[in-house]
Design a protein around this ligand. Structure first.
Ligand code: ZN
Length: 289
């Protein structure tokens, strides 16, 4: 018994040190989107930053061990105070730095459902939004209007898209995984149909020059979102008839119906097996009766 315990402790400490090492190796890279707007990438969701005369506005904050690196990267852009951090949704790879930032007195803002999910999961008080909203909220800072719009069920039930009005840039949070299969957090209130509707609607609100910061993957534009929407619609047209026929998930997997996309889209957060399982069951469980 004692020997087993020691082995476990040894394994734990090895894991802990390799975990810490991973954070040390992560670099925060900064991409200029347009004057005053930047995309930062490290580990976790892509960050959006607005700088200007009124200070720094930050979208999402990745993981807690990266807070210092993220702040250093922002300091290279602006030495002004960070006024707000806006959470696009509740997932830990977008809100993990909340507590660190909240303790510095930075105001966290997010949809009501983000507040509820973070609160219900036992997050520290400082990690919770101090302002939440139920539909739309606009920040008037740095000479632009940053309008946040909530969608009730897409990647989660608390997704917001941020429109940097006047800069023709949007941040889509995890409603867009650029060049990868999207994750639908069904227990977290997400839905496949909601994601399809969101991508279709968003295409009607932007133009050919709009730049898009996705939740994951490289900076893109309307053409990139159009491809993403086309792929999701095609996947729906492949899987929905199989669901209507009443095929089991196992039978669908044997048909390998998404083979043509797995090579290009199955190497991100969602592997092909997990992706088809989530999407097929979500379609199956919501067929019009
Ligand atoms: Zn997410």
């Amino acid at each position: 018994m004692k020997k087993i315990l020691l082995t476990s402790v040894a394994l734990l400490s090895i894991n802990a040190s390799s975990y810490a090492q991973d954070w040390d190796n992560i670099e925060i890279t900064t991409t200029k989107v347009t004057d005053g707007i930047y995309m930062l990438m490290g580990e976790g969701g892509n960050l959006g930053v607005s700088i200007g005369e009124d200070g720094v506005f930050l979208i999402d904050d990745q993981y807690a061990p990266l807070t210092d690196k993220i702040l250093t990267a922002i300091r290279e852009l602006s030495t002004d105070d960070i006024h707000f951090v806006f959470n696009t949704h509740y997932h830990g790879d977008h809100t993990g730095g909340n507590e660190n930032l909240g303790k510095k007195g930075i105001d966290i803002v997010a949809h009501d459902n983000v507040y509820k999910r973070l609160s219900d999961s036992g997050s520290a008080k400082e990690a919770l939004p101090i302002i939440s909203f139920n539909d739309e909220l606009t920040f008037h800072m740095n000479g632009i209007h940053m309008k946040t719009k909530h969608y009730h069920s897409a990647h989660t039930d608390g997704d917001s898209i941020v429109y940097f009005e006047g800069k023709n840039v949007i941040h889509m949070g995890d409603t867009m995984f650029n060049e990868a299969y999207p994750y639908i957090d069904v227990p977290g209130g997400g839905s496949w149909q909601g994601l399809l509707d969101l991508t279709k609607e968003t295409l009607t609100t932007i133009d050919d020059e709009t730049q898009i910061i996705p939740g994951h993957g490289p900076l893109t534009n309307k053409a990139g979102l159009q491809i993403y929407n086309n792929v999701l619609m095609d996947i729906d047209s492949i899987l929905r008839p199989l669901a209507k026929q009443g095929l089991s998930l196992d039978d669908v997997k044997k048909l390998n119906p998404l083979d043509k996309y797995n090579g290009d889209y199955g190497n991100g957060f969602m592997n092909p097996d997990t992706f088809i399982s989530i999407v097929y069951m979500n379609i199956f469980n919501h067929l019009d009766k």
